[in-house]
Write a protein that binds this ligand. Structure first.
Ligand code: MG
Length: 380
């Protein structure tokens, strides 16, 4: 395998697993980027032989340089550093697994430079979906999803005619609070919200899974990735996370992708596409599960989900607005400044706060993201 990739968000859950997958399959790593964890980033650079390291937060620059300078690693920082990595001639695919809106600019930069994207940063498509997909089509760039649901849909779409697709069925685990009422959710703690039943992930996405905002973001992500109308996306709560999503064709045939919940499968599929090789994950034993269950989501209690769906139906800047308000609110919840149920209140409030506006540029995305965060700040 003569593939050279760069990984943004390399010290996070997806990033570390991506490095494992790359090493196992002989994919070389040219550059790595992390937010704050310079010690692990240094270890990763030394271990993989990466030539460039971006530590987003500049205050760790000299500490990182001390650890890696004798290995010939160049250290860069901030958005500039991320974009430098995204535009490197030497590296092929950009694996983007940073958390939040900060992932959008490097994605756009990589597309501009003709690089394929392995995308685990869903906020990229939520906040800037229209821009990203337009640019990707223009530059003939492929976007390989590293979200388990979107990878499943991507796999189920292979070998069939796109024109014969009727709809997609996006599965949701339901998170740790499935079946709870709004009053029961009032006083849940950060620790309870961080205890996801099936997946082990970073804290932002785990809170998003508890509010079901994650599924709302994935709904928007799916709309852009697969060029769907909102009416073509159905969300089903499937507690076991074995069916990762499904697609329905014109003849009512439904094709699903199944597996144990392990992100190595979608990471590997994105990096090795269209090949399938051995993967370091548990094989699925359906008999061990015995029963798989399916239910409709409770859109009233989990109002982040309904707000996100409403946002993409309205279009324009609305998805960017709910995303920005949510990112800000989740930060406040993790810091103990607001209650769990306040996240939904802030996200729904932001949706109603602004008139319809178009998004025509990255500057538009930044502007609406900022206004949404300010709304969240004023309403905590
Ligand atoms: Mg997912």
């Amino acid at each position: 395998m003569e593939k050279l990739i760069s990984v943004l968000g390399s010290t996070g859950s997806i990033g570390t697993q991506s490095i494992d997958v790359a090493k196992k399959h002989g994919i070389e790593i040219y550059a790595l980027a992390a937010l704050n964890n310079y010690k692990l980033l240094a270890e990763q650079c030394i271990d993989t032989g990466a030539k460039i390291a971006c530590i987003y937060n500049e205050e760790h620059k000299s500490a990182l340089e001390k650890l890696v300078s004798s290995y010939g690693v160049k250290v860069v920082t901030g958005d500039e550093g991320l974009c430098l990595i995204a535009s490197l001639k030497e590296s092929g695919t950009l694996l983007n697994s940073v958390v939040g809106m900060v992932g959008l600019l490097p994605t756009l930069t990589a597309i501009e430079n003709g690089k394929d994207i392995a995308l685990a940063n869903k906020e990229t498509l939520v906040a800037g979906g229209e821009l990203v997909m337009k640019k990707a089509a223009e530059k003939n760039v492929n976007i390989y999803p590293i979200d388990s649901e979107h990878s499943a849909i991507f796999q189920c779409l292979r070998g069939n005619k796109r024109s014969q697709l009727k709809k997609i069925i996006l599965t949701a685990s339901g998170g740790p609070f499935f079946g709870k009422t709004l009053s029961e959710l009032e006083n849940v703690t950060v620790e309870q919200a961080l205890a996801h039943p099936n997946w082990s992930m970073g804290s932002k996405i785990t809170i998003d899974s508890a509010t079901l905002m994650n599924k709302g973001l994935e709904f928007i992500e799916a709309k852009w990735l697969f060029d769907l109308k909102p009416e073509q996306i159905e969300i089903i709560v499937h507690r076991q996370s074995v069916i990762h999503s499904a697609v329905e064709y014109a003849d009512n045939s439904v094709i699903a992708q199944l597996g144990c919940p392990d992100m190595k499968i979608p990471i590997q599929y994105a990096l090795l596409y269209p090949e399938r090789y051995e993967c370091d994950c548990k094989p699925l034993s359906l008999a061990d599960y015995g029963t798989l269950t399916f239910e409709r989501p409770d859109m009233e209690t989990f109002c982040c989900l309904s707000a996100a769906i409403e946002a993409i139906k309205r279009g324009g800047a609305y998805p960017c607005i709910v995303n920005g308000a949510n990112e800000q609110a989740v930060g406040y919840f993790l810091n103990g400044r607001i209650k769990f149920t306040d996240i939904g209140r802030i996200v729904s409030g932001a949706l109603e706060r602004f008139e319809y506006n178009e998004i025509n540029s990255y500057e538009d995305v930044k502007k609406w993201d900022k206004l949404a965060r300010e709304y969240a700040d004023e309403n905590i």
